[in-house]
Design a protein around this ligand. Structure first.
Ligand code: FES
Length: 79
């Protein structure tokens, strides 16, 4: 079974090929140029791993936990 970004119907193999052709090494750039990860983001840890390892992940690929997302900080309140 070929893994893919289901929401955008983009295969990981195709995304890796695109990243190599365009010398893309950062996830944000791949997201911006292809639209991968831009909906449910379930594919995001796989694609992050793929860019870091330059190979297509499988369902058995041990993935590190996702980095925490930044929470918006509230502005300080006036005393
Ligand atoms: S599977 Fe990639 S955004 Fe949903």
């Amino acid at each position: 079974m070929e893994l893919r970004c289901v929401c955008m119907n983009l295969s990981f193999r195709g995304l890796l090929s695109y990243a190599r052709r365009h010398d893309i090494r950062e996830l944000d750039e791949l997201i911006r140029t292809t639209g991968c990860c831009s909906r449910c983001a379930t594919c995001k840890p796989f694609i992050r791993w793929m860019l870091a390892h330059d190979e297509v992940p499988t369902l058995d690929t041990p993935l590190p936990p996702e980095p925490p997302t930044e929470q918006p900080t509230e502005p300080p309140t006036e005393p």
